[in-house]
Design a protein around this ligand. Structure first.
Ligand SMILES: *[C@@H]1O[C@H](CO)[C@@H](O)[C@H](O)[C@H]1NC(C)=O
Length: 154
């Protein structure tokens, strides 16, 4: 009986954790870099294609993609993209060590990039077009690039 309760509890939390993630619209970058096949975020809400993020919370950004080259060391970066690009401060760029990716990346093997994005309270309340990039640290080649629109609320 106790184990039944345990399994039901585990099943429910798994369902909740999965249900949290929503498929969000994204655009590809004006480069030859690979685009994701799907991007998911546990947005606070999704309003007309814009993922709403609440200050002080941490969100999980997941991007499925198929690398076109293999890579052992991968650097991730995220920037706020207006008329000039502003890198978001305090991010962890070491995708392999931070376990944002299963490394090494293998050419043609689909994988998922998972990024924990913390929204600090000092971010302005507004819409942010964000650009995410994964780079091969050895060759400096761009591996993945996509744009995501988020809206910051208090
Ligand atoms: C989003 O998911 C991550 C990973 O599961 C979790 O740590 C985080 O608290 C979630 N954020 C919200 C706002 O639900």
């Amino acid at each position: 009986m106790a184990s039944l309760v345990f399994y039901v509890t585990v099943a429910c939390s798994l369902t909740l954790a999965l249900a949290d993630m929503e498929e969000v619209p994204f655009t590809s970058c004006n480069t030859a870099a690979v685009s994701p096949s799907e991007v998911r975020v546990n947005c606070s809400s999704l309003v007309r294609g814009v993922c709403v993020l609440t200050k002080g919370q941490t969100y999980s950004i997941q991007a499925d993609f198929t690398p076109e080259v293999s890579a052992e060391r991968v650097e991730s970066s995220v920037a706020w993209k207006t008329w000039v690009e502003m890198p978001l401060l305090g991010q962890n760029p070491n995708a392999c060590l931070a376990r944002q990716l299963r490394c090494p990346l293998e050419d043609g093997d689909s994988t998922t990039f998972t990024y924990p994005l913390h929204v600090p309270t000092y971010w302005m309340r507004r819409r942010y077009p964000l650009v995410w990039r994964l780079k091969d640290q050895t060759s400096n080649n761009l591996l993945l690039c996509f744009n995501l629109r988020v809206q910051i609320v208090s």
